[in-house]
Design a protein around this ligand. Structure first.
Ligand code: ACO
Length: 157
């Protein structure tokens, strides 16, 4: 797998346009995204004028911070950028003094679970019925209705 060195994330400033097209790859609705996005720090990767990857860091408390959204544009997936974003998020969280980095994903999202585990995250809990109670319509992915969210964490210190 090739990993290119020029995929360096930078923080999006508050007056820049939020790339919802990318965020919508990782979350179902604008309404769901807007529950966390305005209180998150956003980090983007650009190629020329195009934003090709993003992650959103949301502070839970003085020790814990969560990646609420992580997405790589379809044309750039599978090139190691997601792995770089996860490393970047862990480094950023550690620099800021957080002890634990969290991430959640549907229990049926096998590919994402594998990527997070490879990046050093371990499963520690399940938010039962998360996708039923937090979204207005049922969400189906690959014919499976999303119900529970698996929570993973990476210890930083
Ligand atoms: N199946 C299994 N493993 C895979 C797959 C796959 N289809 N694709 C990549 N991997 C492995 C790679 O081999 C790699 O392992 P390595 O580090 O040992 O080489 C690892 O996963 C990371 O691969 P990357 O190429 O870095 O992943 P990518 O750049 O594609 O980013 C991401 C992963 C962010 C999940 C991307 O595919 C994406 O944007 N998907 C759509 C949006 C999404 O599902 N986001 C997560 C939702 S949950 C949330 O946001 C909190």
């Amino acid at each position: 797998m090739k990993t290119q060195n020029n995929f360096i994330p930078r923080q999006l400033s508050k007056d820049e346009k939020i790339p919802y097209n990318l965020l919508l790859l990782a979350d179902e609705t604008i309404e769901a995204i807007e529950k966390y996005i305005f209180n998150s720090d956003l980090f983007i990767v650009e190629q020329g004028d195009e934003v090709i990857a993003i992650y959103a860091l949301y502070v839970l408390n003085k020790d814990e911070i969560e990646i609420k959204n992580i997405a790589v544009s379809e044309a750039y997936q599978g090139q190691g950028i997601g792995r770089l974003l996860l490393q970047g998020a862990a480094n950023k969280a550690r620099e800021r003094g957080f002890k634990t980095l969290l991430i959640g994903t549907p229990d049926s999202a096998i590919k994402q679970l594998k990527i997070y585990q490879k990046a050093g995250f371990e499963m520690f809990g399940v938010k039962k019925r998360f996708f039923i109670e937090n979204y207005p319509e049922p969400i189906f992915e690959n014919g499976v209705q999303l119900e529970d969210m698996v929570m993973l964490r990476k210890l930083l210190q």
